[in-house]
Design a protein around this ligand. Structure first.
Ligand code: ATP
Length: 339
């Protein structure tokens, strides 16, 4: 029996079927990340689990108990929002203890829990400040602290880092990972950020148009995508996907199918030394790595990722080589033929 079980979950907005029969089993302590393109339904699915939207079909259970139509406040879940949603006139300590005070918890226990959460989140020195006296990252930590003190059965995060700048995002991401290691709490996290999904998740759920495309560990999705959509959604820069007719030497590729090659599996050679020939169109030097865009006469350039500086010049004729064993093969509908 799964800890959190979704069976055939449905959601309509008017006539739009936004969530289409989602089945998912989540184990205790798992860190699950929902990803997918804008509008695929990730926030809606999280809000259905949180009880912030009405579930129109299917069943939801937590720890063996049906909670499909239970009000949010009775579900024993805590949600952390992108916007923090802190009470502006209350101090950090008051913000964190508010829910427990409402629930008439023992003041000593409340103080202990707030102290503990503040310690875990490095907020001890800010407990008496109000939210406006904090940085964005500190505010987000208070929002997380407010969830922690409630000791919920499940933590729900809706794009919690998207209002932070790049450096703070990175730091807070690492803190969330540490927090999960320390608390071991079951967590569902919505993001459109690949790095967050890959680094935080035990399992990633890839959604598209209200349905699940694939569920797996980050590396399973990266190495064994179930279809072209997942193959191109996971990984930056995207997997190169080209008509099979443009990619010689890949066994088992249907004539109307596609071949996928991750940028790191391509090497750039001298012109004439490889099966695929092209002209360098763009070079992105990122310091530790270099992206070389090669126009081979097809609709899109091939992107090669090198772990070194490159002596290539824009406009230069080059060859592209790869190990055909590394290729992913898709049929004309984008279903995987060979992973
Ligand atoms: P994003 O990454 O842009 O936040 P998302 O994957 O979280 O997108 P949702 O916000 O869950 O997507 O929306 C899923 C679909 O449901 C979208 O087509 C959206 O327009 C629609 N939708 C969401 N909330 C409502 C609402 N309250 N009323 C009507 N339609 C809605």
């Amino acid at each position: 029996m799964a800890y959190l079980q979704l069976k055939g979950i449905e959601k309509f907005f008017g006539t739009q079927r936004a969530i289409k029969g989602i089945d998912l089993s989540i184990d205790p302590g798992e860190f699950i990340v929902f990803v997918g393109p804008s509008g695929c339904g990730k926030s809606t699915l999280l809000r259905l689990i949180a009880g912030l939207e009405h579930i129109d079909g299917g069943e939801l259970s937590l720890d063996g108990k049906a909670i499909t139509h239970l009000p949010s406040s009775k579900r024993d879940l805590a949600m952390v929002f992108q916007s923090y949603a802190l009470y502006p006139h209350m101090s950090v300590a008051e913000n964190m203890s508010f829910a427990l005070k409402l629930a008439k918890a023992d003041p000593k226990l409340i103080a202990e829990k707030v102290e503990n959460a503040a310690r875990i989140l490095n907020l001890t020195q800010y407990l008496q400040r109000t939210p406006k006296e904090l940085s964005g990252g500190q505010r987000q930590r208070v929002a997380i602290g407010r969830a922690i003190v409630r000791s919920p059965k499940v933590f729900l995060f809706d794009e919690p880092l998207s209002n932070l700048d790049a450096a703070l995002r990175g730091q807070t991401r690492v803190e969330i990972a540490k927090l999960h290691r320390e608390l071991g709490a079951t967590t569902i996290y919505v993001t459109h950020d690949q790095v967050e999904a890959m680094t935080l998740a035990d399992r990633v759920v890839v959604l598209r148009d209200g349905q699940i495309e694939q569920v797996g560990t980050p590396l399973e999705l990266y190495d064994k995508p179930a279809n072209q959509f997942v193959a191109q959604f996971i990984g930056t820069p995207q997997m190169n996907v080209l008509p099979a007719s443009d990619v010689p030497g890949v066994d088992g590729a249907p004539h109307d199918g596609f071949v996928g090659l991750r940028p790191e599996y391509l090497s750039v050679t001298r012109a004439g030394d490889s099966r695929v020939q092209g002209k360098v169109e763009l070079i992105e030097s990122l310091g530790a790595e270099t992206l070389i865009y090669v126009n081979t006469g097809g609709q899109q350039p091939w992107i090669a990722r090198l772990n070194e500086r490159s002596a290539c010049q824009i406009g230069q004729d080059v060859g592209l080589s790869f190990d055909p064993q590394r290729a992913h093969v898709f049929d004309a509908q984008g279903r995987v033929v060979r992973g």
